[in-house]
Each structure stands twice: as structure tokens, then as C-alpha cells.
Design a protein around this ligand. Structure first.
Ligand SMILES: [Mg+2]
Ligand SMILES: [Zn+2]
Length: 184
């Protein structure tokens, strides 16, 4: 039996992004994130993070900083009863020509294989056009966190102002192929 999953961008989606964020001591969840994730988890969704961390490849900070931030997020969410199945990230610079940097869907595909994810009933939530592109390329329903206008210009299947609203929308309407999101 395959499982449904919500793939999540990290910076600017789960936590405040100050630009190349890499300080585990300053992890701060955005409004609605904990409640939204809790709801999705309760509904049976696996929670999987897919993040570009080009600050590593650009030499702005070491990879251990990315790992420390991921561990801090894991620890803080655990206290809230929320479990992230796994963090996937691309550490490469944009000009490295790697296969894993979003909007390429490789990390989603890797996670889907590893966890037995039912792609067509799963989602990608992010705050950037590349997240929408990644989700769509992977065959997921792509939800944009932001305004309707931004979501439309990014080509998103759906949008929500924050994670709590995103979770409500997902629980209410189902996947792009299974529910109201079947508009495209
Ligand atoms: Mg982001
Ligand atoms: Zn990469």
C-alpha cells in the first residue's frame, strides 16, 4: 500500500529565511507551520523536506550547518508531536549542473521510491516558483504559499497564505487528480 506524502520546501516555507539560512540557533517556524503539519500528519501524510542549499556549493557555509538546521527542525517539531520522515537537499551551486537541484524532480523521485509514495495523491508545498515547477515535474499537486497572483504566475495548482490554510485546503479538496484541483 503506497502512502500519501506532502513534500515541503524548507526555507521560507517551514522556517524564516534570512537568505542562505544556516544558523541552527535561529530556527524559527513560520506562522501556522506546526498546526498545519500536525493536521497533515494526523490525516496520514508522510512529511518530507526537499531543499536547495546552494550556500554549501557557493562556499558560504559548510554542509554541517545544513545538517544542524535540519536536526534542529526535527528536534523542535518532535516536541510538537510532528515527525519529518526525511530531509533531502541539494548542496550544489546552480552552475554545477547537478541532477538534484530543484526544479529538477530527482530528490522527490528518490524520496517517493524510498518511502513508497503514491505520487498522484501527494503534494508539494513551497514559496517559490521553482517549488511549483518541481512539484509539477514530479507529478505532484503543486501548492504555492503566497498570494493568488503569485501562485498564478508560478503556474501552481493551488495556493494558500500559510501552512495551516494549505493543510486545510489539502484535507478539504484532495489531490489535483482526485478533487477540485483537477482544473488544469
Ligand atoms: Mg523557499
Ligand atoms: Zn544538486
Amino acid at each position: 500500500m503506497k502512502k500519501r506524502a506532502v513534500f515541503l520546501d524548507r526555507d521560507g516555507t517551514l522556517v524564516k529565511d534570512s537568505g542562505y539560512f544556516h544558523d541552527a540557533e535561529r530556527v524559527e517556524f513560520l506562522p501556522g507551520v506546526i498546526e498545519g503539519l500536525r493536521r497533515l500528519q494526523s490525516a496520514g501524510f508522510l512529511l518530507i523536506v526537499v531543499s536547495n542549499q546552494s550556500g554549501v556549493g557557493r562556499g558560504y557555509f559548510p554542509e554541517c550547518d545544513t545538517i544542524a538546521v535540519n536536526e534542529k527542525i526535527t528536534e523542535l517539531l518532535k516536541k510538537e508531536g510532528v515527525r519529518i520522515a526525511k530531509f533531502y537537499y541539494c548542496p550544489h551551486a546552480p552552475d554545477a549542473g547537478c541532477a538534484c537541484r530543484k526544479p529538477k524532480p530527482l530528490l522527490v523521485a528518490r524520496a517517493a521510491k524510498e518511502f513508497g509514495v503514491a505520487i498522484t495523491s501527494s503534494f508539494f508545498i513551497g514559496n517559490h516558483a521553482t517549488d511549483v515547477e518541481t512539484g509539477r515535474a514530479a507529478g505532484l499537486t503543486a501548492m504555492f504559499l503566497g498570494s493568488a497572483a503569485e501562485a498564478a504566475s508560478a503556474g501552481a495548482d493551488a495556493h494558500a497564505p500559510d501552512m495551516r490554510a494549505a493543510a486545510e485546503e489539502i484535507l478539504k479538496t484532495g489531490s489535483r487528480r482526485g478533487g477540485r484541483f483537477a482544473v488544469r
